[in-house]
Design a protein around this ligand. Structure first.
Ligand code: UDP
Ligand code: MG
Length: 314
């Protein structure tokens, strides 16, 4: 793979002690591998000396690119910036805190010849069990089930992507954890590779347990976009019709009771229920219609196609 090139994208936030060690480790690993590479450090608005250390490194090494954010935009934004500037055919992402091991990079890159996404798997993970590994195991199971992309370790940042994959997707919020699932929308192929994992040596994790809630919300977004982004009326309209229809049937029955049998219906709970169902049903259908209009605006104004062509023979 002499003429291909690897871009290593690393979001960095307040990691002044780790960065020099990390840089040396990457250099060792990559210089031995005999593959062309660049290292893109994205300084996500660090408040410590990270930026000055990075700029020193950059001065001494033409393979290093440093992108510095004006403020802290988050790991996902930092990764996106790295993808935008990356020149490689294969793009590798990793953490800056030395928890991922650069020695694994050449193996991932080799596998990326045959697969669009090579997902690192921290099989022997060095994080606390109850606060980190257990929630992560549940998250991986849930994300795999819901998205249909079965991976052991969504949370591992060390992954390799063929450039077509990352150049074709847009990331928002904290969606970097879902890149493989999003990549499956563009028809990517997957494999996993077991990678090393080390305990954090310097500084502390930038995330707490509240991340769990955000992962669940992001998963709902990913699932919705995956299934319904070009047909929101199906997502909202289906429950809308079921609720509205049920409400209508109940109201028919109540009308019969009142008009034909002559019973009082003013004090019946069913009356309230049918009114609730009809209103909710109508609202859901209207929401679906609004969604349809938004989908058209999104896809047409952005020139976003609703399909992705692999090849055309003619
Ligand atoms: N990071 C970042 N911006 C942020 C938070 C984190 O660029 O707002 C970087 C951080 O410097 C590290 C990586 O993202 O390189 C993963 O963060 P961390 O190690 O704190 O996460 P954990 O390993 O605990 O999941
Ligand atoms: Mg970490």
């Amino acid at each position: 793979m002499s003429d291909s090139m690897v871009s290593i994208v690393i979001p960095v936030y307040n990691e002044e002690e780790s960065v020099p060690v990390l840089y040396k480790a990457i250099k060792n690993a990559m210089d031995d591998a005999g593959v062309g590479y660049e290292i893109i450090f994205v300084d996500d608005g660090s408040k410590d000396n990270t930026f000055s250390i990075l700029s020193e490194i950059q001065k001494g090494d033409g393979k290093v690119v440093v992108i510095s954010f004006r403020r802290n935009f988050g790991q996902t934004a930092a990764m996106s910036a790295g993808f935008d500037y990356a020149k490689g055919d294969v793009i590798v992402t990793m953490d800056a805190d030395l928890q991922n091991d650069p020695k694994d990079i050449p193996r991932l890159v080799e596998k990326a010849k045959d697969y669009d996404v090579v997902s690192g798997w921290r099989k022997n993970r060095k994080d606390p069990f109850f606060s980190r590994r257990l929630p992560s195991m549940m998250a991986n199971w849930l994300i795999s089930k819901v998205t249909g992309v079965y991976l052991h370790d969504y949370g591992c940042t060390l992954k390799a992507y063929r450039k077509e994959v990352v150049k074709n997707i847009k990331l928002y919020g904290e969606m970097h954890r879902f890149i493989p699932a999003i990549a499956s929308w563009v028809g990517a192929s997957f494999t996993e590779e077991v990678v090393e994992h080390h305990p954090r040596r310097f500084g502390k994790s930038k995330y707490g347990i509240s991340r769990t809630v955000r992962v669940i919300l992001d998963l709902i977004t990913v699932k919705f976009l995956q299934s319904f982004s070009t047909r929101p009326i199906h997502a909202f309209g289906t429950p809308g019709l079921v609720l509205g229809g049920t409400g209508f049937l109940i109201s028919l029955y109540l009308s019969y009771d009142k008009l034909i049998l002559g019973h009082q219906i003013g004090n019946r709970p069913l009356l309230l229920l049918s009114a609730l169902f009809i209103i909710l049903g109508a609202q859901l259908v209207v929401m679906g219609l609004l969604g349809e209009m938004l989908a058209r605006i999104y896809h047409e104004s952005q020139g976003k196609p609703i399909y992705i062509v692999k090849k055309v023979l003619r």
